[in-house]
Design a protein around this ligand. Structure first.
Ligand SMILES: Cc1cc2nc3c(=O)[nH]c(=O)nc-3n(C[C@H](O)[C@H](O)[C@H](O)COP(=O)(O)O)c2cc1C
Length: 466
């Protein structure tokens, strides 16, 4: 469904929110261009965060990868590696930025709430209310092996643990009254007696008894993000999250269907339908003309999908080691091998490889594509391509018609990949009135126009739709 009637714009006052997702383990970040810099150098983290802040972004966002991906016992050759611990990195960035939100992806499967809640609180206090937590349950057996807990919890139990984790984290964050510390030099006590509540929790996952050490931040507690696409993941977000980081932002109809699904789940969870911000991850490629943008996209795809990368991606689909084959030749003749455990850890799993390979063969034959051309054309698709004006019109349409609240942008080049977005796209968005012209708040919660944290509301507030 595309709602194009300009008289029927459901949200004419809505504003686009932008985040930047600094990826660390992937093949989408071009490393072979002379302009590409280190993925690890702290100066590059600073550069990206400060550019995003210049562009009035809501947030700088980091994923979590606790080990390098593997295929058949080998380090996955597609990866550009280098992710220092997110909270540590964001704490450093808090010191060199003023307004931008700082979001850490941290899993609930292998952490403990008393420790993680405290570390996230620390980031929230140091950044003066700019912290966010992207709650993920993470790939289990593969990441779990780090902790001698491979295969520790099945999918549903991971979400049960995440829910209980968040309950405990919130109790910790809410244990101090707002004005717990008097701050006055002549006060009778540093903190009034009884203002810090003991947190006692006993449940299937956690047994906690502690007096938390940190007060609330200016935004109450870190903003809760969630990234997980299953039904359980979406329900978890509908019950708990302020923002969902989705993979549904390339196509308008797909984005709208996802947003409508989320709104139904929010309503069922007793929350207003506009209580959750939807920010899909996306790549944005900008050119002065449409042709130039498409030409740039072709160049970027060739840089991203090198011959070795094409063989790696196709190898995951076929379930066979294709290294040493000719990526510029035809598709492999073999049928794909479908195995219960395909030996790939952390790499993409494909639901029905036989069907996908059949589709690839048909299209490659029809277009006379090589294997590499096929991977580029039919492999994972991402992003938006166009002129600043064309993209601004398109994004305004997405936002005003309720399909997304914004995008979490993944630059294809580090450290300068955000520059043309900030210098060219942001002004075009501002001209259309769909993007802020200055920060109006100081906290991440304020940038995202969020209500107070869920636990700070009354039952009636939770139902309110205004
Ligand atoms: C857009 C997106 C980004 C994600 N980023 C991460 C990440 O950085 N680290 C991680 O461990 N998991 C990440 N995940 C996966 C989560 O671990 C998620 O909990 C996992 O996919 C299982 O949930 P699901 O079956 O609901 O998708 C991401 C998922 C999505 C959809």
């Amino acid at each position: 469904m595309t709602r194009t009637d300009p008289l029927d714009v459901p949200r004419p006052d809505a504003r686009l929110h932008l985040g930047v997702f600094f990826q660390g383990v992937n093949h989408w970040t071009v490393w072979s261009d002379p302009a590409s810099g280190s993925q690890i150098d702290p100066a590059n983290f600073r550069r990206v965060a400060q550019t995003a802040e210049r562009g009035l972004f809501d947030a700088f966002f980091l994923g979590e990868g606790l080990r390098l991906r593997e295929v058949d016992g080998q380090i996955h050759d597609l990866d550009v590696a280098g992710r220092p611990d997110a909270i540590t990195q964001l704490a450093a960035l808090a010191a060199v930025t003023e307004r931008i939100g700082l979001v850490s992806t941290s899993n609930t499967t292998f952490n403990e709430p008393a420790d993680l809640a405290r570390r996230l609180s620390g980031l929230d206090l140091l950044s003066e209310g700019r912290a966010g937590w992207n709650v993920v349950t993470t790939d289990n057996a593969w990441t779990g092996a780090n902790f001698r807990r491979g295969g520790y919890l099945d999918h549903a139990d991971r979400y049960r643990r995440a829910e209980e984790f968040l309950t405990v984290a919130r109790a910790i964050w809410d244990s101090w009254e707002d004005a717990a510390v008097s701050g006055a030099a002549d006060a009778p006590a540093w903190a009034a007696p009884g203002v810090v509540r003991q947190v006692r929790h006993q449940g299937p996952q956690f047994d906690v008894d502690l007096a938390p050490t940190l007060p609330r931040s200016t935004q109450g507690h870190p903003v809760i993000f969630q990234a997980g696409d299953s039904g359980e993941g979406r329900d978890f977000a509908a019950r708990n999250a302020d923002v969902i980081f989705s993979a549904h932002g390339n196509d308008f109809d797909d984005a709208l269907a996802f947003a409508d699904d989320l709104r139904r789940r929010l309503w069922a969870a007793g929350r207003p339908e506009d209580d959750l911000r939807i920010l899909p991850g996306t790549e944005i490629i900008i050119g002065a003309t449409e042709e130039e943008a498409l030409e740039k996209k072709r160049w970027i795809r060739l840089q991203q999908v090198t011959p070795a990368t094409a063989l790696g991606i196709a190898g995951l689909l076929w379930g066979i080691d294709l290294s040493g084959r000719d990526a510029d030749g035809p598709l492999p003749k073999e049928d794909p091998v479908v195995a219960e455990n395909d030996g790939s850890f952390g790499a993409r799993r494909i639901a029905d490889p036989r069907q996908v390979v059949a589709e690839w063969r048909e299209k490659a034959d029809a277009n006379r594509w090589s294997l590499r051309e096929t991977v580029i054309a039919l492999g994972p698709q991402r992003g938006h391509v166009g002129t600043p004006a064309g993209l601004a019109d398109k994004f305004a349409h997405f936002v005003w018609h309720d399909a997304v609240d914004g995008f979490n942008v993944t630059p294809y080049l580090i450290p300068d990949g955000l520059d043309d977005i900030v210098d060219l796209l942001v002004p075009a968005l501002q001209e259309r009135g769909v993007y802020r012209t200055g920060y109006t708040g100081a906290t991440l919660r304020a940038h995202l126009d969020l209500r107070e944290p869920l636990t700070h509301r009354t039952t009636t507030d939770r139902r309110r739709t205004g």
